[in-house]
Structure formats: C-alpha cells, structure tokens
Design a protein around this ligand. Sequence first.
Ligand code: NAP
Ligand code: ZN
Ligand code: ZN
Length: 368
Amino acid sequence: MAKLPAEQQHPVEALGWAARDTTGVLSPFKFSRRATGEKDVTFKVLYCGICHSDLHKIKNEWGDTNYPCLPGHEIVGVVTEVGSKVQKFKVGDKVGVGSMVGCCHSCDNCANDLENYCPKMLLVYNSIYYDGTPTYGGFSNIMVADEHFVIRIPDSLPLDACAPLLCAGITTYSPLKHFGLDLPGSLYDQPGMHVGVVGLGGLGHAAVKFAKAFGVKVTVFSTSPDKKKEAIERLGADSFLDSRDPTQMQVVMGTMDGIIDTISAPHPLLPLIGLLKSHGKLILVGAPEKPLELPVFPLLMGRKIVAGSCIGGIKEIQEMIDFAAKHNITAGIEVIPMDYVNTAMERLVKADVRYRFVIDIGNTLKIA
Ligand code: NAP
Ligand code: ZN
Ligand code: ZN
C-alpha cells in the first residue's frame, strides 16, 4: 500500500504543505488520510504551531528524514467524526494532537504512562503507521488519530495560543516536574528552586511561564538582549542575562538548582554547568544536530547532573493542558497564513519570533 501515490493510499482526500528535499522548502502536497477507524478521532485542523524540531526535520539535520516530509506536531482543531468505540470524544469537541500517534501499549514505559519513551513510539509525521503508510503531520487540513493520542482542549483556552503547549509546553513542564524543579519556597522550609532557562524561543518561553506558575525563581539566559524587557514584564522572569556577556554570567555562577537548556544549535556546556549549585541539574531539551562536548571535571566537583528529557506522556500532556487552563497559561504567538511558512522557517533560524509561529490552517490552507 505504501507504494501507491500518497493521494491514493487512503479514501479521504487531504491537503498539506510538505518538504520534498533537504532544502526544506515547503509547498502544497496532496495526500490522503485513512477513514475514521473504530477507535479513531478525525478532526478539522484549525491551527498548528511551528516547532524548531520541524525545521531540523524538514532540512534532514538529524539525518533521518524521509521525503515528502509533512511536518507539524502542535495540532489543534475541532472533531468532525469519531469511531464507534471512541469513548472520550464527540463531534464538535476541541482537541489536539502532539508528537505521538502510536506506541506498543505493553512495555514498561507504556505501562507507566511514558509512551514518549516507548521504543515503538510512532511519530505524528515521518513514521510508518501500522498499515504501512507514512504518517503526515499537522500542516494539513485534516487529522485522524487513535483516541489514546488525542488531547482534550478545555474551552477556556484559545485554540491558536494553546497549540504550542502540545510540544513546547509539555517538553518544559515535564522536566520541571520530574526533576523537582517545580518546588516553591515555603516559610518554614528551604527557599524555593532557582531555575535557569537557556534560550528564549518557543520552548524557553513556555519554561518561564510554567516555572513562574509553579512559584519558583527564574533567570533567563539569552543571546538576544532585546528580549529582556518582555521576558521580565510579560513572561514574569525574575532576571534576564546576556549569556554572551562573561561579566553577567560570572555574577550568577553556582546559584542555580536546575537549568532547562532549550538551545537548538551546538553550544558549550561548560558555562552552564558552572551556573549550577552542587547537586544542580542541567536538563537538555534542545536537540542540536551535532553532539555537544561534555566537560567532566566540573560535574565531579559538586556532584552535578546532566540529563535529557523528551516531550511527555499522554497523561501528563493532558495534565499540563488542564494546568495551563487553570493558570491562564498560553503561548506567546505570531499567527501566520499557510503561505508564509517558508519565511517563518527562515525567521526561526534567526531566533526572530516572539515566541512561536502558529499557522492559521483553518482559514488559509486553500484547497486548490
Ligand atoms: P526556537 O524557538 O528556535 O528557540 C531556540 C532558542 O535558542 C532561540 O530562540 C535562541 O534563544 C536560542 N539559540 C538559537 N541558536 C542559538 C545559538 N547558536 N547559541 C545560543 N542560543 C541559541 O526553538 P524551539 O522550538 O524552542 O526548540 C528548541 C530546541 O528544542 C530545538 O533543537 C528543538 O528541536 C528541540 N526540541 C526538543 C524537544 C524534546 O522533546 N526534547 C521538543 C521540542 C523541541 P535566544 O534568542 O534567547 O538566545
Ligand atoms: Zn516540537
Ligand atoms: Zn511501549
């Protein structure tokens, strides 16, 4: 079946924008979606965020891209059809799908609601689905997914500004919680956590918002000094430092309990390890295309930890979305039409977005 043209693999006509080669240039792409299976939820896509992972992927920076590559994994919309065995959703519901559309449901990770670490996890695009056809992401007019991977969007959240939570949100919420960086101060106990957020892009700004909602102290480390005013006044960061200024960095050496490193490009870890207190944790969530150099001695001197974290499980994504609704957390977004996507990708390379592009799929993806 996979050998059939993308338009003929399934019964439902679909349109999206896909990259055909490593230039990463996206253009209209006709393909098809499966009919709604008994456990499937089908929805009209209204908005889709642009994550830097989409950029890495369309340009084959991680070396594993299959073309045509139709990206998008911060997908939200309204349900148009549900299968006969679907229990959690009905037509008209506001829903979202993030990075995952399949997992084995039987390994230890799946048993612990960590589908994101299942060795058989299927990605929403650039994976091969169980029926042998490629998966295509959210830069498209229609989406279908097993209900297990569908997230309910509370009514109080605006669909456009909550789309980025499905990746940027969970990718920062999950490590803040898991590594205990969410502990606020208490009157009788220890002072609260002091968290560093490195890189103020899509993930970084979500990290600041969640960390502040948890009640911890946040210092942003950025290469873009012009982001300072907004970081403090609108995102609520406690301080903002220019990570390229050694004098500013020196002042806060040894003061962080944890750091969420969201940088998308290769960068030195030594200065970041130096920012940590003893037992501090440097959590890498950014995914540069080349390995980073890990200096060992600065880790030994202070029992410091370097770890990684990848999105979050479905249960935790729902928890994060519900938390966001309760605390009024949405992404800072620039809504763009579909045909602006290639310009948006060029601007994303230059860290020129506050803080996430979201494509208005519903109004601007034209069926030719
Ligand atoms: P983004 O919006 O482009 O933000 C990245 C930020 O990193 C930029 O805004 C910039 O912040 C900083 N930066 C970029 N290049 C830099 C350089 N050469 N040196 C120092 N700082 C630099 O990207 P994003 O969507 O947040 O994604 C960030 C990374 O996380 C990507 O690699 C992405 O693939 C990865 N990711 C991982 C997961 C996961 O599950 N672990 C999930 C989603 C994304 P300043 O302007 O403030 O310096
Ligand atoms: Zn992402
Ligand atoms: Zn599994």
